[in-house]
Design a binder for this molecule. Structure first.
Ligand SMILES: Cc1ncc(COP(=O)(O)O)c(C=O)c1O
Length: 465
C-alpha cells in the first residue's frame, strides 16, 4: 500500500507570517547555507547578518561540526541513553563547559533550547533557596515559555498569557544600581536573572562597573546571581562569555543558541555544586527536573566540536577585533544622518537604532482631514466629546510610533532587495536593526555591509526630504 503524505497549503488567506514576509520581500526559499551566506532557489546569494538569531556563531554548516556529527552518525554511536547510563560525550561536554566557564560553576543540566535552559535555572533557584521570588530587569528577554516569559520584561509578549508565574519582581533598567538595591534589600528575593548585554531589548550595554556592583549586592543580600549568556556567550561579544569582561562569577549561567554550532538544538544550565546540591542533592529530589531529549550524545558531539573550533580558531578574539572595526565604520558612514540615533554594542553583538521623528505627523493629517468639515479645526477639535479626544491622542501617539517602526523596517527591506543582505530588528525594540553575523565574517563582507547600509541611508534621506 502506498502512503501519501498530505501537505496542507494555506489557500485563500495566508497566515500573518507569510503576509509579513511578503511585505518585507523576505519570502525566500533558501536551499543552501555556507558560512555567512545563503543561496535561494532562484540561485541568488545573500549575506546573512541575522545568523539564526545568534545560533550560528560559526556560520551555516561549519565544517568541523558537520564532520563530527556525520562521523558519529556513521559510527552508529548511541544517542539517547542519558537516563539509563552515563553518556560519554554528554559527560565530556559537561566537563569542557565547567572548565571554560567563569567562577565555580561545576554542574550542568542539558536541555534543548534557550527558554528551557532558563526554565531549568528558575526551577533550580526556587528549589535551592526555597524562595519563590525572582527579580528580573525591565526590557529583558529570556524566552517565551511561561516561566521564562514571567521574567521577560516586555509587556507585548506577556499580556495575552496572564496570569504568568507569580511573585516575580521587575527592576527598572538603565544600570540603576539603587533600584536593584531597593528590590533586593526591601523584598525577599531568591535570585536575580539578567542578560549581560540586553540583546532582544535593543542591544543595551550596561555602564562600566554595574555588573560588579550587581554581584556585590547579590552576595550581600544572599541572592543567587543568574546570568543568561544564551545570546552573549560563546564568543559573540569578544570573549568566550560576556561574564569574562566584567570578571564576575555567577551562581547560575544559561547557554544555548550557538553551543552546538547551529546544527542540533541544545540548552545548558550551569550552576555551582552548592546550588545543585541544595536543589537536587537528595534521593527524593535528584530526578525532579528532567528532559527526554536533553543531554543526548549527538548534540554533545556537535557542541564539543563547536567549542574546539571556537578555541582553535581563536574566534572570540576575532569577533572582538572585527566588531571594533565594524562599529567604527558604521559610526563613520552614518553620523551625517539625523535618523541614525546610535550604533552600539560589543564584539559582533551590534545594533543600529533608527529614530525618525514622526511626532505631530498624525496630528497634522488629522488637521488636514478636519479642514474638510465646515468651520476650523480648533473649534471642531474643542467640541469633540472627551472620549474622542483621549482616543485620538492615544491613536495618534501609537500611530506615530508605528510609523517610526515602519521607517526602520524599510531599511531591512531595502538591504534585502537592493543589496541581498538579510537583517532584522530586535524582538523588544522594532527600531533597532540587529547586526549579529556569524563570527567568521570577513573584513570584505563587513565593508560590503557598511557601503550598502550607507547607500540605504542616502536613499532614505532623499525619501525623507
Ligand atoms: C538572552 C536570551 N535568552 C533566552 C532566549 C530564548 O531562547 P530560545 O528562543 O531558544 O527559547 C533568547 C532568544 O533569543 C535570548 O536571546
Amino acid at each position: 500500500m502506498q502512503i501519501h503524505l498530505i501537505v496542507t497549503v494555506a489557500t485563500s488567506t495566508p497566515p500573518m507570517m507569510v503576509d509579513f514576509l511578503k511585505l518585507q520581500h523576505s519570502d525566500h526559499v533558501f536551499v543552501n547555507g555556507d558560512g555567512t551566506s545563503l543561496l535561494n532557489d532562484q540561485g541568488e546569494r545573500y549575506l546573512d547578518m541575522v545568523a539564526g538569531y545568534g545560533c550560528l556563531n560559526l556560520g551555516h554548516n561549519p565544517a568541523p561540526v558537520s564532520q563530527a556529527v556525520s562521523d558519529y552518525l556513521e559510527s552508529q554511536g548511541a544517542n539517547f541513553i542519558q537516563y539509563v547510563s552515563i553518556p560519554e560525550h554528554t559527560s565530556k561536554l559537561a566537563d569542557a563547559l565547567v572548565h571554560l566557564a567563569p567562577g565555580k560553576l561545576q554542574r550542568v543540566f542539558f536541555s534543548n533550547s534557550g527558554t528551557e535552559a532558563v526554565e531549568a535555572a528558575l526551577k533550580m533557584a526556587k528549589a535551592a533557596t526555597g524562595n519563590p521570588t525572582i527579580a528580573y530587569l525591565e526590557n529583558s528577554y529570556h524566552g517565551k515559555t511561561l516561566g521564562a516569559l514571567s521574567v521577560t520584561g516586555r509587556e507585548k509578549h506577556r499580556k495575552h498569557f496572564q496570569p504568568l508565574v507569580p511573585h516575580n519582581v521587575q527592576v527598572p533598567f538603565g544600570g540603576d544600581i539603587d533600584a536593584l538595591r531597593r528590590v533586593l534589600t526591601e523584598q525577599d528575593v531568591g535570585a536575580f536573572i539578567l542578560e549581560l548585554i540586553q540583546g532582544e531589548g535593543g542591544i543595551h550595554v550596561f555602564p562600566n562597573g554595574y555588573l560588579q556592583e550587581v554581584q556585590a549586592l547579590c552576595r550581600e543580600t544572599d541572592t543567587l546571581l543568574m546570568v543568561d549568556e544564551i545570546q552573549t556567550g560563546l564568543g559573540r561579544t569578544g570573549r568566550m562569555f560576556a561574564c569574562d569582561w566584567a570578571e564576575i562569577e555567577p551562581d547560575v549561567m544559561m547557554l544555548s543558541k550557538s553551543l552546538s554550532g547551529g546544527l542540533i538544538p541544545i540548552g545548558a544550565t550551569l550552576c555551582t555544586s552548592q546550588v545543585w546540591d541544595k536543589a537536587y542533592g537528595t534521593s527524593d529530589r535528584f530526578l525532579l527536573h528532567t528532559s527526554t531529549f536533553g543531554g543526548g550524545n549527538l548534540a554533545a558531539v556537535a557542541a564539543l566540536a563547536t567549542l574546539r573550533a571556537l578555541l582553535q580558531q581563536n574566534i572570540p578574539h576575532r569577533a572582538f577585533e572585527m566588531g571594533e572595526y565594524f562599529k567604527s565604520e558604521l559610526v563613520r558612514v552614518t553620523k551625517q544622518y539625523p535618523f541614525i540615533k546610535e550604533v552600539r554594542g560589543k564584539g559582533l553583538m551590534l545594533g543600529i537604532e533608527i529614530n525618525n521623528d514622526f511626532e505631530s505627523a498624525v496630528e497634522a493629517c488629522a488637521r488636514e482631514f478636519a479642514t474638510r468639515l465646515p468651520g476650523d479645526w480648533h473649534t471642531t477639535y474643542k467640541f469633540l466629546p472627551d472620549d474622542v479626544h483621549s482616543h485620538l491622542e492615544l491613536a495618534m501617539k501609537r500611530m506615530e510610533k508605528a510609523m517610526t517602526e515602519m521607517f526602520c523596517m524599510k531599511f531591512v527591506t531595502k538591504l534585502g532587495m537592493d543589496h541581498n543582505i538579510l537583517t532584522f530588528v530586535t524582538a523588544n525594540s522594532s527600531t533597532v536593526i540587529r547586526i549579529q553575523p556569524a563570527l567568521i565574517i570577513t573584513k570584505e563582507e563587513i565593508d560590503y555591509f557598511v557601503s550598502s547600509f550607507a547607500s540605504v541611508c542616502e536613499d532614505m534621506a532623499t525619501f525623507n526630504n
